[in-house]
Every structure is written in structure tokens, then in C-alpha cells.
Design a protein around this ligand. Structure first.
Ligand code: ADP
Length: 824
């Protein structure tokens, strides 16, 4: 049947008249055997349709060279077209919807008229199927390719795909497959102008195969992008695609580009081994067709290779001058004397180690030709530890790092490690991944552009680990001077020398730093500032800086101390000065507008004006508690934002001598609550607590904020005091804060974070601070003015705590309702 139709198409072109009206097609080619919808709107085309319908059922179509041309004349169309049969026609308001069936390719011989429609005399061109060729096998291959092309996601309508799968005759198959949506009009026209079946099939075999690859690549890229890759890689992929598209369009002067790349390769100062590899890859790139997807990847790789710094830095590394460094650190930062001293000591040691090392290497190189370099290494002086600045946000860690860089006259780069869980973030992805990139270390080096920058690794306490490998061990390799001479990045593939980089790490808390890293670090703690220190910092640094940033001078704005103090107390609540700086910026922002409104007078906001400028105060300043209460005790805790006070609460409710804990307490904290509870029960008589009061009741302890998990032993004394207060009904002094671990026998053990805790208590207006006696040695870190304003009570036993914190029982007074057992 199919065979017959094909024959008829080829054999009966004589049947229709020799000249026929013609419809020009915009952006379409219609093939014999194909069924195609067509919508006709141009007047000349409608006229052609009308005339053709009058004469019978046949009409000619041919594609326009330029689809934009409206008024088509013979020069505007291809001279190969298609004879078609009108299968259906529907006229709708000045246009017509047609369904045409292609019958045969035709050559247009001459135009018999061009007005009011085109009419052409034509010759039908039958398929040429040469004998002896295995066309069927070729057709089978085309069918297979077409099937996989559809499988790769080509937009072929289902019926069309089925028709192709069913068609056996090679010529018809070729014509149906020629309708593939990803072929261009030019390609289709080429196919239309090929009467030789074999030629058509071969053409399709290549083109469809290529389109399938393109689709596969697209899907692969898409799924990879959506899957495991982040924003950076996504950009990279898009860039690669863009580059491929540009090439396809012939827009990129790739040749010149490559010459430039090769030249860079030779001049950026790579070590010989690296250069060898780069040259090999470069030759591969030059030999590769630009449309190959690998071309883009290889190109990016070489771009990275020339992008990282290789040349030895010009300034010698011994530019460290202690006096100048001290001066710069002082210029940039108020206070922090101990921190600055330690930084300077650290740097001096580091420089000394480095110079000894250089000497010993020079000696090894001189005296021992032929000795392996390993030998020289073992004689090196001890490696210096890695500097780690630890403290809450806004205490100046980053700006200290920048000052160090300034003192050394080096570039500075910052990379945040927060939330990294994948080793590849540090070490990069292998190049075989689509969209692979080097890790953050190499990215940072490229950004720095020199081999010896000060490289700040922020948030080293927030590095995690999961199934994708352990970033901490990769970091260890980065930071270890023994290993980082030949740091290996998976993407770069060649060893990169990091030994001249000065790494400075920062963290909010030391507890969560990976132990292996911690072991190699020299911690310098910045616990936070007192109110007076903040005031100085604001006056000397923050206000002048904000004036500058807002294009103002002292003539426009002055913020006096009382106003600054109110901002510190009521608009910020922090250990550092980050929010303080932000609020000062908020004040400064108002000035340009005042000036624009013609208010030329200097703006000097008083404390009372702040609400109009900054809105209502955000924090209460003053005591954590406003009255002395039973069962409410002020404790202090340290978290990554610095120290803070919190109120531990206890009440007595009917029960069976048990107790309840709430507030998301960790295991250690829970055990310390149990210890406190046992201690209180054991010593009930000493505090005049009746046995029934314990046995018929239960104690409930709550540690706010309830939603935040907390742990650690240092709230032991606080919980014990709350329990005893609740059981005895003795109120707790509201201006007392305390900290300390407690043992079953009531001994008070030392805790950490003393300075942070005392600063937080001082900030909250506490007058008396109860501290484990063993911690009194830590008081040297606490600023004098704070020590003057706080009375610090060193204790060894919880009895002393209770003595200092609990008010005497009011004789004859009844227990407050909240602590009176309902059964009593
Ligand atoms: P961190 O890195 O610890 O979060 P930053 O270094 O970003 O903090 O400091 C926040 C802002 O406070 C910076 O503008 C910094 O210059 C300023 N700052 C912090 N401490 C001081 C100080 N002691 N003297 C002067 N400015 C300071």
C-alpha cells in the first residue's frame, strides 16, 4: 500500500496541470509524504488558493529565502518546491487554514504570472534510488537514529514519530525524517534539493546523530546543574554553553583568542612541570573542533591555569617591622593591647622561623648536591602554628587581619568557610565533572593575584563533615607548611605552592573547631568590649568613618557621648560593635536629607532625639530582673555572639519528690541540674526545708530561652540556688549574677569564658558577681573599670553562693503563691 502510494507520487506527476498557483512559505519546507497544517493570510496566497481550488486539488509551495519578506516575487523563493494536494481547507475571516499533503519534489521552471498571485510551470523530480546500494540498511540506521533522537527529548509529535517508525520505503522515510524539528530551514531545503535517496539518508544520519548528542548534553548539563552544583558552577556552565553557542554562530574570534592564551601560558611564570602539562593541554585544545563540548571545558581549565599567580612576589617576605606593625595596629584599633602584643609576637616568631628556614635551605642546597631535598626538610626549624582569632561578631577579627596585611604590605583575601561540608569545596571537583571548578583556596589565590597574600579563612568553627569527605583534613593540608608547598587541587591537577601565604583563621567559638585543626592553632581570644570601650571605639573610629562614608564632615554632624551611650545601651545588645556601627550609619544617613531640605545647621542629636531618628529603643537597659524574686536566679552563658545573662527559674508544684527540666538542656546541663537537686535534698535540714515539702512536691526548673539548645556545667550553682530559693521561699537578690560548676558535695569548680561572662553581667547592670575561686586568675583579663563597678565574690562552696545570693526569710511571711504547694 505504502509502496503503491510512493509509486503514484513519483509516477503520476503528469496528472495535475503543468503550471499551478504557488504559495510561498515562511520558515518551513514541506516534504513529499508529509502532512502539514498551514495557515494562509497574505492576499496573494489567498488568491492562489482560490484559483487552485477552482482548477482541482493541487497547489505548489516553496520556501522563501528571507521569511521577513511580505510581498514575494520570484527572486525571493527557492526554485525547488513541493507539489501538494489540498486535503482540507477552512476559511476564517480573511485567512485560511489548510492541510496539505506533499506529493513530489518539483523544480520551478518559469513563472507564468506574478500578479495577483504567483503561478509557476514546473517539472516533478522523482526519487533516484540507485540499484545495488543497500538503501534498506541505511534506512534502518536512520530509523534507529531517529528513535534515539526522539528518546533524547526531541519535540516530535507522537503521530509523526509513529509514522516514521512504520515507514519502510527508504525515500519516504528520508522525507518524513527530514521534518525533524531541530533541523534548520536551510538544512531542510538542502534535503529537498536532493533527489538521490542515498544522499538524503546519509545527510540525515549525520545531522540527526548530532542533534541527539546536543539534546543529550543539554539534559546532562541540566540535571547536573540542578543536582549537586551550586551557583558558581551554574554560572560556569552557562558560560560554557554561551561560548559554544557563540562559536556555532561564528561570533567568536577563537583563533586570536587561543594565540593570546598560549602567550599567557608561556609568560605567567609557571614552574617547568606545570608548563609542560599546560602546553600539552593547549595543543589538545588547538586540535579540537570548537563545537566539541570538551573544548569549552578545556578552555576554562587553561584559563584557570593561567589565572592563578605563579610568579615569585617582588617584595621580599622579610618586610616585617615590629615597630611599624605596632603603629599600624594601634592606628586601626582601639584597646586590644594584649591581642595586639600577641599578634606581634606571633608574627615576629613566624618571620624568624621563616628566615632560619631560608638559611637552612640555602645551606642544604649549597653543601649537598645530589642529596634529596627531603633531607634538608627534616633539618628545618619547628613549624609555626596557625593564627586563629576567636570572638563574637564585630569585635574586630577581620579588621585585625586587614591591618596585619597592611603592616606586611601584602594583598588580603577573605574566604568564608561557614557551612562547608564537602571536601570538594576546599579542593575542587575533578575536571571530568561538568561545570567543575577549583576549590575555594585556589579561587582565593586567583582573586589575590599574588603568591603571598594574607589569606583569611573565616568561620573555621563552622566547617562540617558528611559523606562527601572531610573538609577539615583538606584544610589541614592547606594550612600545614610541611604539605602546602605542593597543595593539590582536584581541578587544577598540578601541585600549587601555598607556602608563602599567611593564613589567618577566625572563629566565633573555639569549641566547635575540628580537634585536629585546633591542635595546630594559636588561639587569640577577643571576648568583646565594655560599654566604655565601645564608646571610645565609636568616638574615635566608627563616627569618623561613617562621616566619611556619607560624604560628611564634623561640620555637619556630631554625636555626643550621652547620645552614643544611649545608642549602645538601648539600640544594641552585642559583644562587638557591628550593630553600633550600623546604628551610627543610620543616624548619619539622615543628614544629607536635612541638608537637602535646607536645614544647614549642624545636626547634634541629643539622647532624647534618638527615638525620632532610630525608632523606639530595641533593648531594655538595666537589671535582668526588676525585683527580688523567689526561684528566679540570674546566670550567665557564653554563645557565639558573646556572653549574655539569663534567668533560671524554679517553682514547686505538687508531686512525689521528683523534678522536671525544660528549656532544651543538653546532657551535661541536665546532669548538673540533677546534682544540684540531690545536693539541695541532702542538705534540706540545713536550709530549714521540711521533709514533706520535698516528698509531697516536685520542682520544675526552666532555663530560657526555651527554643535554644544549651549545654555545659557552668549553670550548676545557678540551678542549685533556684531550687533552694523555691523550696525555702527565700527571695534571690536581683543584682547578683553567678556562674560555676557544682559537685555532689557542694564544691564549686571553675568554668570558662570568664571575661565574656563578666562583661555581659556588667552590661546588664549587675552589681555582684559570684565566681568560682579558681577562676580569680582570669580576672586579669577584665578591664579595670568593670572590676571597679562590680563586686566580685570568689567562692569555693555552694553554701557561700547561697549566702551571697539569697535574702533572709522574712519572719512570719507566708510563702508567695507561686511556691505554695496546693496541698499545703
Ligand atoms: P569581626 O570580624 O570580628 O566580626 P570586624 O572586624 O568586621 O569584626 O569589625 C566590625 C567593625 O568594628 C569594623 O568596622 C571594625 O573596624 C570595627 N572595630 C572592631 N573593633 C574595633 C576596635 N578595637 N577599634 C576600632 N574599630 C573596631
Amino acid at each position: 500500500m505504502k509502496e503503491k502510494r510512493r509509486k503514484r507520487a513519483a509516477d503520476e506527476p503528469a496528472e495535475p496541470p503543468e503550471s499551478l498557483p504557488l504559495i510561498p512559505l515562511r520558515e518551513a519546507v514541506l516534504f513529499p509524504h508529509a502532512l502539514a497544517p498551514l495557515s494562509v493570510g497574505r492576499e496573494s496566497s489567498l488568491a492562489a488558493l482560490e484559483e487552485a481550488s477552482k482548477r482541482g486539488r493541487h497547489i505548489l509551495v516553496s520556501a522563501q529565502h528571507d521569511p521577513a519578506v511580505d510581498d514575494v516575487s520570484p527572486e525571493d523563493i527557492y526554485l525547488w518546491g513541493t507539489l501538494t494536494e489540498i486535503e482540507g481547507a477552512r476559511r476564517v475571516m480573511g485567512s485560511a487554514q489548510l492541510v496539505l499533503r506533499g506529493i513530489s519534489r518539483v523544480r520551478l521552471d518559469r513563472f507564468v504570472r506574478t500578479e495577483p498571485y504567483l503561478e509557476a510551470a514546473y517539472t516533478a523530480v522523482p526519487d533516484v534510488a540507485e540499484e545495488g546500494l543497500n538503501l534498506d540498511a541505511l534506512a534502518g540506521s536512520v530509523r534507529d537514529v531517529f528513535e534515539s533522537y526522539v528518546g533524547a527529548g526531541a519535540a516530535v509529535p507522537q503521530e509523526a514519530a509513529q509514522a516514521i517508525m512504520r515507514t519502510e520505503a527508504p525515500g519516504a522515510l528520508a522525507d518524513l525524517a527530514a521534518g525533524a524539528p531541530d533541523l534548520t530551514v536551510e538544512q531542510k531545503q538542502q534535503l529537498l534539493e536532493m533527489p538521490r535517496v542515498e544522499e538524503r539518508l546519509r545527510f540525515l544520519l549525520v545531522e540527526l546523530g548530532r542533534q541527539k548528542e546536543v539534546l543529550d548534553l543539554k539534559t546532562k548539563i541540566q540535571s547536573e546543574v540542578e543536582g549537586t552544583f551550586g551557583q558558581m558552577q551554574r554560572e560556569q556552565i552557562l558560560r560554557e554553553q554561551l561560548r559554544a553557542i557563540r562559536k556555532e554562530l561564528g561570533e567568536s574570534p577563537e583563533g586570536g583568542d587561543l594565540d593570546e592564551l598560549r602567550e599567557k601560558l608561556e609568560t605567567v611564570g609557571m614552574p617547568e612541570k606545570v608548563l609542560d602539562k599546560a602546553r600539552r593541554e593547549m595543543s589538545r585544545l588547538e586540535a579540537m573542533p570548537t563545537i566539541s563540548p570538551e573544548h569549552g571545558m578545556l578552555r576554562s581549565y587553561l584559563d584557570w591555569l593561567v589565572g592563578v599567580p605563579w610568579k615569585e612576589p617582588e617584595a621580599a617576605a622579610d618586610a616585617w617591622d615590629t615597630r611599624r606593625a605596632k603603629q599600624i595596629l594601634d592606628e586601626d584599633h582601639y584597646g586590644l593591647d594584649k591581642v595586639k602584643d600577641r599578634i606581634i609576637e606571633y608574627m615576629a616568631v613566624r618571620e624568624r622561623v621563616a628566615s632560619l628556614q631560608r638559611e637552612s635551605e640555602a645551606r642544604a642546597a649549597e653543601g649537598s648536591e645530589g642529596t634529596p631535598p627531603k633531607m634538608a626538610r627534616t633539618n628545618r626549624p619547628a613549624r609555626s602554628p596557625i593564627l586563629c582569632l576567636v570572638g563574637p561578631p564585630g569585635v574586630g577579627k577581620t579588621s585585625l587581619g586587614k591591618s596585619i596585611a597592611r603592616a606586611l604590605g601584602r594583598e588580603v583575601v577573605r574566604v568564608s568557610l561557614g557551612g562547608i561540608r564537602d571536601e570538594a569545596e576546599i579542593r575542587g571537583h575533578r575536571r571530568t565533572y561538568i561545570g567543575a571548578l577549583p576549590g575555594r583556596v585556589i579561587q582565593g589565590m586567583r582573586q589575590a593575584g599574588v603568591k603571598n597574600p594574607v589569606f583569611m579563612l573565616d568561620e573555621i568553627d563552622k566547617v562540617g563533615a558528611d559523606f562527601r569527605g572531610d573538609p577539615a583534613s583538606a584544610l589541614l593540608e592547606v594550612l600545614d607548611p610541611e604539605q602546602n608547598r605542593e597543595f593539590s587541587d582536584h581541578y587544577l591537577e598540578v601541585p600549587y605552592d601555598l607556602s608563602q601565604v599567611l593564613f589567618i583563621t577566625t572563629a566565633n567559638i573555639a569549641d566547635t573547631i575540628h580537634p585536629a585543626l585546633l591542635d595546630r592553632m594559636e588561639l587569640i581570644r577577643l571576648p568583646g568590649y565594655t560599654e566604655d570601650e565601645k564608646l571610645h571605639i565609636a568616638r574615635r573610629y566608627l563616627v569618623p568613618r561613617q562621616l566619611l562614608e556619607h560624604g560628611l564632615t564634623e561640620k555637619h554632624l556630631a554625636i555626643g557621648d550621652p547620645t552614643l551611650r544611649r545608642i549602645i545601651r538601648e539600640y544594641t545588645h552585642e559583644a562587638g560593635v557591628r550593630n553600633l556601627e550600623r546604628e551610627i550609619a543610620n543616624v548619619a544617613r539622615k543628614v544629607p536629607r536635612r541638608l537637602a531640605e535646607g536645614k544647614k545647621r549642624k545636626f547634634v542629636p541629643r539622647p532624647a532625639d534618638l527615638e525620632a531618628v532610630l525608632g523606639p529603643p530595641r533593648y531594655d537597659f538595666g537589671l535582668a530582673e526588676t525585683e527580688d524574686q523567689v526561684g528566679a536566679v540570674t546566670g550567665v552563658a557564653v554563645n557565639e555572639y558573646g556572653g549574655d545573662v539569663m534567668t533560671v527559674e524554679a517553682i514547686v508544684v505538687p508531686g512525689k519528690g521528683d523534678f522536671t527540666l525544660t528549656g532544651q538542656l543538653g546532657k551535661v546541663m541536665e546532669e548538673s541540674a540533677r546534682t544540684a537537686w540531690s545536693y539541695a535534698r541532702f542538705h534540706a535540714a540545713r536550709y530549714e526545708i521540711a521533709r514533706e515539702r520535698i516528698e509531697d512536691n516536685a520542682v520544675h526548673i526552666h532555663v530560657p530561652a526555651g527554643a535554644i539548645p544549651k549545654d555545659g556545667p557552668s549553670a550548676g550553682v545557678t540551678m542549685c540556688t533556684a531550687i533552694v530559693s523555691a523550696l525555702t521561699g527565700r527571695a534571690v537578690r536581683r543584682d547578683v549574677a553567678m556562674t560555676g560548676e557544682i559537685t555532689l558535695r557542694g564544691r564549686v569548680l571553675p568554668i570558662g569564658g570568664v571575661k565574656e561572662k563578666i562583661l555581659a553581667a556588667h552590661r546588664a547592670g549587675i552589681k555582684t558577681f559570684i565566681l568560682p575561686r579558681k577562676n580569680t586568675k582570669d580576672l586579669v583579663d577584665v578591664p579595670e573599670d568593670v572590676k571597679k563597678q562590680l563586686s566580685i565574690v570568689p567562692v569555693e562552696h555552694v553554701e557561700e553562693v547561697l549566702e551571697a545570693a539569697l535574702l533572709p526569710r522574712v519572719p512570719g511571711a507566708k510563702l508567695p503563691a507561686s511556691v505554695t504547694p496546693i496541698s499545703a
